[in-house]
Design a binder for this molecule. Structure first.
Ligand code: ZN
Length: 309
């Protein structure tokens, strides 16, 4: 299996499911994740290690991680809200865990009940805990700089603040920072500018991924802008499920089907079979009949003569 040019990280089972009313049964989640891995998706964020009473939709995260270990070649990712979540994530055996560090301090307090200083202390404790593990048990630890392009509570976010937090998160000992447009307020010029300036501060290897939302229809344009600045991992969600509970008005992630179509049409390999990926959508529409699914490619079908895998 050769490495694709671009790694698509599917976040639907976490970002998508945490923001809809319906609760997807665990067996259906397993079918979804398995089918998507069989379509060639190499990394899937399967859930979040939050208390089940806060987020019953994701209460089966540890069970999903255990199930996914049987899927060869799949990188299993999970979100963690705090140190306690990190301990649970490590115990489950995830390969990658990420904690959101909201650049908007108001959002951070509302979402995770912590100031920036408290969050950075938490990140340092987690990083120290990870480093104390035997190397084969250490998950990759990422800090996602959320609301980096604007916040639905605070409004505009200063780019200097994003840079400073990126630097401090790296100093606290995480492996990498990610850039996250939680609200979908970002535009391509802003994406280019921020990716470039964060890389200058933390180094090329410490920023490889972006997490984008399609609130204003700019998701794919923003993804392209990020690619042009050397980003190689892009989060997306099948059918565009997703949003953010603490950012009212934010709709779903960029649509995995459309992102794969754009990249493959441009000649960039994703390792994903688009015909197989389009079939996976049926699992979602059957299991979540009351939820909207988005995307152009699924409706239009593949163009005549399309060459993918
Ligand atoms: Zn998101």
């Amino acid at each position: 299996m050769t490495d694709p040019d671009i790694l698509i990280s599917e976040v639907g089972p976490r970002d998508g499911l945490q923001n809809i009313q319906s609760i997807m049964p665990t067996t259906e989640k397993k079918r979804w994740i398995h089918a998507q891995a069989m379509a060639g998706v190499r990394e899937i964020e399967v859930g979040s290690f939050v208390p089940a009473k806060l987020m019953p939709q994701l209460a089966d995260t540890a069970e999903l991680v255990a199930y996914c270990k049987q899927i060869e070649g799949l990188t299993i990712a999970a979100l963690i809200p705090n140190y306690r979540g990190a301990v649970d994530a490590v115990a489950s055996g995830v390969h990658k865990m990420s904690i959101p560090l909201s650049v908007s301090e108001t959002h951070s307090q509302r979402n995770l009940n912590k100031t920036h200083t408290q969050m950075l202390d938490e990140i340092k404790s987690i990083a120290d805990m990870v480093k104390s593990l035997p190397s084969h048990q250490q998950p990759h630890f990422e800090v996602g700089l959320s609301t980096a392009f604007g916040c639905s509570i605070e409004g505009a976010i200063s780019e200097d603040k994003v840079l400073r937090l990126a630097e401090r998160a790296m100093e606290a000992g995480c492996d990498e920072v990610g850039l996250s447009d939680t609200t979908g307020y970002g535009n391509p010029a802003q994406v280019k500018r921020l990716v470039r300036s964060i890389k200058q501060v933390v180094g090329d290897k410490s920023l490889t991924g972006v997490h984008l939302h399609n609130t204003y229809g700019l998701g794919l344009a923003n993804a392209l802008a990020a690619l042009e600045e050397g980003i190689t991992t892009i989060d997306s969600s099948l059918g565009g499920l997703g949003g953010c509970p603490a950012a009212p008005g934010a709709s779903g992630n960029i649509v995995t089907e459309d992102l794969v179509f754009m990249l493959e049409a441009m000649g960039l390999s994703t390792g994903i079979s688009l015909p197989l990926l389009l079939e996976v959508r049926g699992i979602l529409s059957d299991a979540l009949p009351n939820e909207s699914l988005y995307g152009f490619t699924p409706n239009a079908g593949l163009p005549k003569g399309f060459r993918g895998i």
